[in-house]
Each structure stands twice: as structure tokens, then as C-alpha cells.
Design a protein around this ligand. Structure first.
Ligand SMILES: C[S@@+](CC[C@H](N)C(=O)[O-])C[C@H]1O[C@@H](n2cnc3c(N)ncnc32)[C@H](O)[C@@H]1O
Length: 264
């Protein structure tokens, strides 16, 4: 079964502490910006947009998966937060989303779900609803480093609850077509007995960070910054396993006359 079809399982390992960390990080990356309207085009269950709503910003989110959007609606409502949430493939933003934002985000390692050859189109799709002077924000696993190390296992700290705990392990299978099959194993123990086991999968298409940077430059984005997700002071990409990229869209007068901004 696909992981994103079961949002309750996806949400198990997020906590209030995660929101606090996110808010601290956002305060730093959006410092000095007067942004009000944020849009996450791969919002999932809302885990990385909820912190922005908690900070008082206007939030909009979309996702290709209807189950994730249904759960995002419950998550926002459960926290008395308001957000505009809908189903949309981030390759179709231009046709489906009829307004502009100060910041367009693709959070939580989502952009790696599309094939490398579609990446530039997704950037253009995000750009189509971003105001001049606004910011694109993307966070992603550092796939260059993943491919170098060929890591196979990714372990999470257990979630202690009731009389037992829930364990979560990812096993990554490297495929011949260069994709990686992520297997998600979630099992629960109560009083030292395993009482439930669940197994899910999703597919990622690793991409070089240079591809993302080239795409942003092709769209004339400026002030492109990379840091570790959660730590603006760590900017050495060799030491980063999950990065955030921010890039600013020029206001029209700033576009060099020789270059036209490329759109769809
Ligand atoms: C790892 S989850 C991240 C969700 C959320 N951003 C977070 O940080 O918790 C990846 C999300 O990307 C969504 N996704 C994958 N392909 C997509 C596409 N083409 N358009 C929109 N969303 C997509 C999935 O449905 C899933 O909800």
C-alpha cells in the first residue's frame, strides 16, 4: 500500500516539538521579509504549513493525494487554524490555482517524487503563482549525498505511548531506472510483544542539487540560498543531509533586458 494513502500512519511521528523547531527556522529564513501569503504545493497533512498558520500568516496548501488533503483539513481544524486546502498536482498549479502568493513552497522532500526531466516545469509551475519580489522555498534530501553513500536503512526514534511503543524504519531499494523505492515499516509493541505491523511504499527520483539551481537561475531567480533544513548557519552542502533552498523572484524592473523570464 502507498504510504500517502494512509495519512494517520504518516502523521504518527510528528509532534508539537516539530512545529516549534519549524517556527524557529521560518523566523530566521523569512526574517526581514514582509510576506503574508504562503502556499505549500505539496502540503501533505499540513505538517510544515501548520507552523506558518500558528505564526499568524495566511496559508494555502495543495497536494496530489486526496487522503492527505482530508487529513490536513482535520489537522488544521483540530488546532483551530484556518487554511485553504485543495487537491492539485504541482505540475498543474498554473491551471488550478487562481491567485498569487508571497512565498510558494514545496516542503518535506516532496519535489523528489517527480522525474528529473519534470523538475524545471515544476519550478515554472510554482513561479506562475508567485508575486514578483516573492520567494520560492524548497526543502529536499541531499540526493547527491544519498547516492554517494548508498544508504539503505533509516531509523527513527521510537514513539513511546500507552503500554508500549511504535517503531518506524525506512528501507531504501535502489532501482535499475535510478529511482529509489522507499519501504516504510511501522510496527507497534505492547508489553514486549509486536501487536501490529504495517508496510508501505513510495518512489523517489533522486536529482542533483545542481539541477534545481540551474532551473532557478534559468527563471532569473536571485539571492539563492542553501542551508540545512532547520539550521540557517549550516551552509556547507557536503555536511547537509536535508537542505532548504530559498530564491527570490525579481521584480520586473530587475530582469536584465537581454533576458526574458521564461514561463510555460
Ligand atoms: C513526504 S510528503 C511531504 C508532505 C508535507 N509537505 C510534509 O512535510 O509533511 C510528500 C507529499 O508530496 C505529495 N506529492 C507527490 N507528488 C505530488 C505532485 N505531483 N503534486 C502535488 N503533491 C505531490 C504527496 O502526496 C505527499 O503528500
Amino acid at each position: 500500500m502507498k504510504f500517502y494513502d494512509v495519512p494517520d500512519a504518516y502523521d504518527l511521528f510528528f509532534s508539537e516539538n516539530f512545529y516549534v523547531e519549524c517556527m524557529n527556522f521560518y523566523k530566521e529564513i523569512f526574517a526581514k521579509k514582509k510576506y503574508k501569503d504562503f502556499y505549500d504545493c505539496a502540503v501533505g497533512t499540513g505538517q510544515m504549513l501548520i507552523p506558518l498558520a500558528k505564526m499568524g500568516f495566511n496559508t494555502t496548501g495543495s497536494d496530489i493525494n486526496v487522503n492527505m488533503i482530508k487529513k490536513a483539513k482535520l489537522n488544521f481544524a483540530g488546532k483551530n487554524l484556518i487554511s485553504n486546502l485543495q487537491v492539485c498536482d504541482f505540475r498543474s498549479i498554473k491551471e488550478k490555482i487562481k491567485r498569487e502568493f508571497d512565498c510558494v513552497m514545496c516542503t518535506g522532500n516532496s519535489i523528489g517524487h517527480i522525474k528529473n526531466e519534470e523538475l524545471i516545469d515544476v519550478l515554472a509551475s510554482m513561479d506562475s503563482v508567485l508575486r514578483p519580489g516573492g520567494m520560492i522555498y524548497i526543502d529536499s534530501k541531499n540526493w547527491d549525498s544519498v547516492l554517494q553513500r548508498k544508504q539503505r536503512f533509516y531509523l527513527f526514534n521510537p514513539l513511546v505511548r500507552d503500554r508500549g511503543r511504535v517503531n518506524y524504519i525506512q528501507v531504501w531499494d535502489y532501482q535499475k531506472d535510478n529511482s529509489i523505492l522507499f519501504n516504510y515499516l511501522i510496527f507497534e509493541e505492547i508489553e514486549n510483544k509486536i501487536v501490529s505491523k504495517r508496510q508501505f511504499y513510495e518512489i523517489y527520483y533522486p536529482f542533483a542539487i545542481s539541477l534545481l539551481l540551474e532551473g532557478l537561475k534559468e527563471l532569473n531567480y536571485q539571492n539563492i540560498k542553501i542551508c540545512k533544513l532547520g539550521d540557517v548557519n549550516q551552509t556547507d552542502i557536503e555536511k547537509i543531509d536535508w537542505y532548504s533552498i530559498t530564491a527570490e523572484k525579481p521584480i520586473d524592473e530587475e530582469i536584465p533586458e537581454t533576458k526574458e523570464r521564461k514561463r510555460f
